[in-house]
Write a protein that binds this ligand. Structure first.
Ligand code: NAP
Length: 286
């Protein structure tokens, strides 16, 4: 596997694509806003003007776009990659998307002899920059094994979760856990402020003990510093929690904490905060 098409060069994709180039893969890239490819093109990547053109002749295509509708367009649309990939090629969708769509893409790809994986990631923008992502892979296990070296250039903890859609289901479980951890940490600091405490002393007191979490140490820390720039945007958090809530209902499970945090994040999005980072959940309580 030498030639890779890479589609989606946002916060996550641009860093991930650069690691693939550093690992020696020959990269062809495509992004809706072309300017986001400039740095990669300057470093030697080829640019193509559509998903289909980007996928043509590649051994594998990686996608990390925004929403399920973007994934659908990029794979199954008129200019989609499944129309131009050769039989025997591989795809890995690393977008956080819907399990049902991952299953549909797998089935459509299989008809064409293409090996499709769903491979969403956790570890955030920091994980993308440092090539330390957790990669949660669904699809056929032999396709997973064939793509392992490609994933290893972008991540550290790379796990085969099961058949098509299992990667996306694992990612939904991750987002459910994040919703509770982030909201819990935000509530603690909203309470501390309301109680008239010195929030810095509270942070120093509780962020290393039994209440310690990534969400508290990183996301709430940024919010307390007044930094709401996105590593992970509220609008994508809403998308992910909606996937969790909808599939949870399908599986017959109540997810009351997730539903509450989804309501809070939607309220922030409706107020125009969709492009802020998830640490802005603290604003909901302010
Ligand atoms: P982002 O900065 O918005 O990047 C998405 C990129 O995909 C954008 O550059 C966008 O183009 C491009 N794109 C969207 N639809 C496209 C299409 N139809 N054709 C071509 N390009 C398209 O978002 P991100 O933070 O990198 O996140 C990407 C995905 O990873 C999301 O599903 C997100 O939930 C997930 N994720 C994010 C994080 C994180 O911490 N940021 C962590 C794990 C997973 P434009 O430049 O034109 O908008």
């Amino acid at each position: 596997m030498k030639r890779i098409g890479f589609i989606g060069l946002g916060i996550m994709g641009a860093a991930m694509a650069s690691h693939l180039m550093d690992a020696g893969y020959e990269l062809t890239v495509y992004n809706r806003t072309k300017a986001k490819a400039d740095a990669l093109v300057a470093a030697g990547a080829h640019y193509c003007d559509s998903p289909a053109a980007c996928a043509h002749g590649q051994d594998a295509v990686i996608t990390i776009v925004g929403y399920p509708k973007d994934v659908e367009e990029v794979y199954l649309g008129a200019e989609g990659i499944l129309h131009s990939l050769d039989a025997g090629a591989y795809t890995a969708d690393m977008t956080t998307s819907s399990p049902a769509l991952a299953e549909r893409i797998y089935a459509e790809a299989k008809k064409r002899g293409i090996h499709a994986l769903d491979a969403p990631v956790t570890g955030g923008d920091m994980g993308a920059r440092n090539a330390t992502l957790n990669i949660l892979v669904g699809g056929d296990e032999d396709a997973f094994l064939a793509m392992q070296p490609v994933f290893a250039a972008m991540g550290k903890n790379i796990i085969y979760e099961g058949p098509a859609g299992a990667g996306q289901k694992t990612k939904a479980a991750n987002q459910i856990a994040i919703a509770g951890a982030l909201a819990g940490a935000c509530e603690a600091f909203a309470y501390a402020r309301a109680a008239g405490l010195d929030v810095e002393k509270v942070f120093a007191s509780i962020s290393g003990g039994a209440a310690a979490s990534f969400q508290m140490s990183n996301m709430v820390r940024m919010a307390l510093d007044g930094n709401f720039n996105p590593g992970f945007m509220i609008k994508h958090f809403v998308k992910d929690m909606t996937i969790g809530a909808e599939t949870g209902r399908e599986y017959g499970i109540d997810l009351p904490v997730l539903e509450q945090v989804l309501h809070e994040a939607r309220a922030l999005e409706e107020r125009g905060g969709g492009a802020d980072g998830t640490q802005s959940l603290l604003k909901y309580y302010a």
